[in-house]
Design a protein around this ligand. Structure first.
Ligand SMILES: Nc1ncnc2c1ncn2[C@@H]1O[C@H](COP(=O)(O)OP(=O)(O)OP(=O)(O)O)[C@@H](O)[C@H]1O
Length: 700
């Protein structure tokens, strides 16, 4: 029976010294608390052998992963600002954690919201945010660095291609990740088995869905994300809240399947988890319980029960033990009355009780753990494992570059077709604007006034069509986020992505420039002849690809599409301004606007090519009125528009094309550089960063 209590709700027994509530302080260990001690031998480290575990090794290859972390600290700049000496010591999110994870086991990281679970996963996976500082030693198979793309990480946000069905998503992922040694039908079979394992067979043909159409539920999306990452049976798998959004039955089945794979393939799984049912909790081999970045408990999951009991916090019989652990250490709601029920009283065997706040209770547990046999065992095991250098963790064999490029092209093509915002909406707007343009400049003629009209119309087309590429930025940013996730998880490389994106977008960009271009060109009656029309379309087509390449670079550097749109339009605005139309080239101020900006602005080459294509070969009256002498197109280009006639319009087109290649290469370099530089910067800051006690910000 439950009874309400006071605002300071925690009781612990007032025991005599012989019945200390902290037996672990005295190094007393019961049989259930004993850490399993078999240490890996040199041969076992990274060789695919693990004692006592059943193994179906047919689909599991490569070195196993032993992961250790020693005195791990992570701090972020403190929002409370600097201290009296003007120093910002930062806020410690993780405080000197030690631990390990080993093959064929699931390590569950639990703790109240904000206790540092995701931060610990990020630190172990080498994916901490750039504003964080890390110290301590993280090792995989006794080696310091986790090579790029060798682990799989299911993050909290499900970045998925919203237009694809579940089956398509998993199938394309299988094509991208599974090795060439598997046939297509074997890959399909693996995809379908994994879908069934995650209980998604009923929604196989349902689209994932996004903001514009509801598709899968949150829990179903979660399972799709897990499916994608377990396809290859990765040796090291990080799961950030894999069961969030799932009901208890689904949570159990998902975790049960993961546990079986873990054993079968010798996977090392580290999962942060919020509220496991007791059935799910029983699937975990080890438990790491955190509270505000400190370890409350690390050891066999089954031993946590006794640890809490022996420290004076027994779990009431009707309460799920994992709920009890979290309730005992959640300091967020201290002012809320907790309930002491009869079970607790029974567990205390009639001893006197003492009131404690959850903060005090947590401090007792943290201190008790620190001095316990568990903590000593963890330290011993960490040093044993980390001192033995095993094989380098590798991602395992992949699909070949060609298969990946084909799969990415197909996937991207389907997505661009189904996502109205990508190209179709833009095509509609382009067609409407080209009708407006064609009717405003209808039958432009060859009068003196038509010189200016032609110049304005061509400039408008070159700038508007390219500028409106920004409209596809939200869809494109979504693609980039998926690329980022898949790249970090080692599914494929940058080159395959660039090829896939370029090939899949080309037909759409051609339609987007050909149809509106033809409407505007023929309504206005621009330079007659198919060759002139073809050149006109080619310039616009290459310019639009060029802007998309520029947007790729922007998207790889900004955190979200809003910033991308703002920065992308800003860059384009500046380039338009100094293309030599709004201010003629000779009037552009030196040194910045003329050199180098006039030569960098791609609009300059676009309008130069378009003007040469339009004016060359035509002649116009030199002034208004009848009987005036004529001026040739060549003179107009050189004298009125101040553009060089020393090279042909085709050179302008080649320059634009060269810029496309350059921008795509720049994108490649940006991604590759960040891949290489980030770990170096991180290891440099780890080597030079020493956390201070003051940085705990009030956390004892
Ligand atoms: N890059 C960062 N910059 C500033 N603060 C951060 C950063 N990363 C994490 N934090 C802070 O560290 C604390 C722990 O965050 P973390 O996401 O690791 O918690 P969590 O246990 O995973 O929480 P939840 O269960 O709610 O996801 C939070 O207070 C969070 O605001």
């Amino acid at each position: 029976m439950a009874s309400a209590n006071t605002n300071v709700p925690r009781y612990i027994p007032n025991l005599s010294p012989s019945k200390s509530p902290f037996p672990l302080l005295n190094n007393q260990t019961s049989s259930t608390m004993e850490m399993e001690s078999p240490l890996p031998t040199q041969n076992e480290l990274g060789t695919g052998r693990q004692r006592g575990s059943f193994r179906d090794t047919s689909s599991c290859t490569g070195a196993e992963a032993f992961l250790t972390w020693d005195d791990l600290w992570v701090t972020v700049p403190s929002s409370s600002g600097t201290d009296t000496r003007g120093k910002n010591n930062g806020k410690a999110i993780l405080q000197g954690l030690n631990g390990y994870a080993q093959p064929s086991e699931i390590l569950a990281i639990m703790g109240p919201s904000g206790s540092g679970k995701s931060t610990l996963l990020d630190a172990l996976a080498g994916r901490l945010a750039s504003n964080t500082k890390q110290s301590g030693l993280i090792k995989v198979n006794g080696r310091k660095s986790l090579a790029f793309g060798t682990s799989a990480y299911v993050t909290q946000d499900d970045e998925l291609t919203t237009t694809l069905t579940v089956k398509e998503s998993i199938y394309y992922s299988a094509m991208l990740q599974l090795p060439e040694s598997m046939t297509n039908s074997e890959k399909k079979e693996r995809a379908e088995t994994t879908i069934r394992d995650m209980g998604l067979q009923e929604v196989m043909d349902t689209r994932i869905g996004g903001w514009y159409n509801k598709g899968l539920s949150g829990g179903q999306k979660r399972r799709v994300s897990i499916c994608i990452e377990i396809l290859t049976r990765p040796k090291l798998l990080f799961l950030d809240e894999p069961t969030s959004g799932l009901d208890s039955a689904a949570s159990y089945h998902v975790m049960d399947r993961i546990e079986k794979l873990t054993k079968q393939c010798g996977m090392t799984v580290i999962a942060s988890i919020h509220q496991p049912s007791s059935e799910v909790f029983d699937l975990f081999h080890k438990l790491c319980l955190l509270s505000f970045g400190r370890t409350v408990f690390f050891g066999p999951a089954s031993a946590a029960y006794e640890f809490f009991t022996l420290n004076g916090f027994p779990c009431p019989t009707k309460r799920n033990p994992s709920d009890h652990y979290l309730r005992t250490i959640n300091k967020d709601f201290d002012n809320v009355s907790l309930i002491q029920n009869e079970d607790t009283e029974q567990g205390l065997e009639g001893n006197n009780c003492k009131l404690l706040t959850t903060e005090e209770a947590t401090n007792i547990l943290v201190e008790s753990y620190r001095l316990s046999q568990f903590s000593q065992e963890v330290k011993l095991r960490v040093s044993e494992i980390s001192n033995k250098e095993g094989r380098i963790l590798e991602k395992g064999s992949h699909a070949c570059f060609l298969t990946q490029s084909i799969a990415l092209t197909k996937r991207s093509f389907v997505n661009m077709n189904r996502d109205l915002g990508y190209y179709w909406l833009r095509l509609g707007i382009y067609i409407s604007i080209s009708v407006c343009l064609g009717t405003i400049f209808y039958d432009i003629g060859y009068t003196f006034d038509s010189i200016q009209a032609r110049g304005s119309m061509l400039m408008f087309i070159a700038t508007l069509l390219t500028f409106m590429s920004i409209g596809g930025f939200p869809s494109f940013t979504q693609d980039m986020m998926i690329f980022e996730r898949e790249r970090l998880n080692g599914h494929y490389g940058v080159t395959a992505f660039i090829i896939g994106n370029t090939l899949s977008s080309t037909p759409y960009l051609l339609i987007n420039t050909l149809i509106p271009g033809a409407i505007a060109y023929y309504l206005a009656g621009l330079h007659k002849g198919f060759e002139h029309f073809l050149f006109f379309v080619l310039v616009i087509f290459v310019s639009v690809i060029l802007v998309e390449s520029l947007m790729m670079i922007v998207a790889s550097m900004v955190p979200n599409y809003l910033m991308g749109i703002i920065i992308g339009s800003g860059i384009q605005g500046v380039m338009m301004l100094n293309a030599g139309f709004f201010r003629l080239p000779d009037a552009l101020p030196n040194p910045f606007w003329k050199y180098p900006m006039y030569y960098i602005a791609f609009h300059r080459y676009a309008i130069e090519g378009l003007y040469k294509n339009e004016f060359k070969g035509l002649s116009f009256p030199r002034s208004q009125g009848e009987g005036s002498s004529t001026i040739t197109g060549e003179e107009i280009i050189e004298k009125i528009w101040q553009m060089p006639m020393s090279y042909s319009k085709w050179i302008d087109l080649y320059i634009l094309f060269g810029m496309v290649v350059l921008y795509r290469l720049m994108f490649f370099v940006v991604i590759k550089t960040s891949e290489k530089i980030k770990p170096i910067l991180r290891s440099f800051s780890v080597a030079h960063y020493k956390p201070t006690k003051q940085s705990n910000h009030g956390v004892p």
